[in-house]
Design a protein around this ligand. Sequence first.
Ligand SMILES: [Zn+2]
Length: 304
Amino acid sequence: MLRKFVALSFLVSLCASLNFAHGKHENENQTQEITVKTVKITDQIYMLQGRGGNVGVSAGTDGILIVDDDYAQVAPKIAEALKSLGSDKPRFIFNTHWHGDHTQGNNFFGKDSVIVAHTNVRRRLATEALFRGEKFVPYPKFALPSITFDQSTRIHFNDEEILAVHYPNGHTDGDSVIFFTKANVVHMGDHFFANRFPFVDMESGGSVLGLTKNIADVINRVPADVKIIPGHGNLSTLTDLKNYHQMLTETTGIVQKGMIGGKTLEGIKKDGLPAKYQSWGSGFIKTDVWIETIYKSLSASRKQ
Ligand SMILES: [Zn+2]
């Protein structure tokens, strides 16, 4: 039953991402009750699971720092959960990337917090653009990152060194991975969908090969007993991240082999992926969509 519940909440959060990804409003969900689950990772680090991306929290004597802030309509519930950890006004917010299921809460928290993100996150959030066929409306000034960086930055907070490292052209072109170095916890943003095929936003500069390379880099960087907060899904281990990397390389290899052998996209989809990856396609990104993502990403990299 618990499993069923977990699977269901995962699905709900991914459906929310899907709505975002398609630029739809969430009116149909607004009548449903929003709940936020608090998962304690260490004495000072927590993960909040609402409807969008997972929120990382550092809570201590310096106050609250969060990584990502969920959808706008979830933010008041995030604030409630933060209040029970010390304060509902975070001093700092990291945005791992620009997608609304990770940044819309900026509009709720931004007047009281300092928002920090990669340069491309601010650029995208500040620019009117067509995204997935719909108009993206720029955030107001107070909801934009006021501190931006190109490579990496550190915040020294709650006796912890919180390190943000930019990983280029993975999920988007503005992703950061956040390392809580002392607590040995990492927030991966949407570079990591736990046990599911990921969404790779090629329209925002993402690429499957870039994502795979970035995941290998993180695997080489972290200790064996690291605790990993995925962008979506449950708290994970290094083994989970290694399995994910294995999935990325194996499924990319299968599609690449098909392409070299002259198969069409439809032909590769028809062949499918090994049975062991069936459950990976049960989330937001179905197996066919994942195959198509790899195909398009490989085609784009060939043209470069
Ligand atoms: Zn995302």
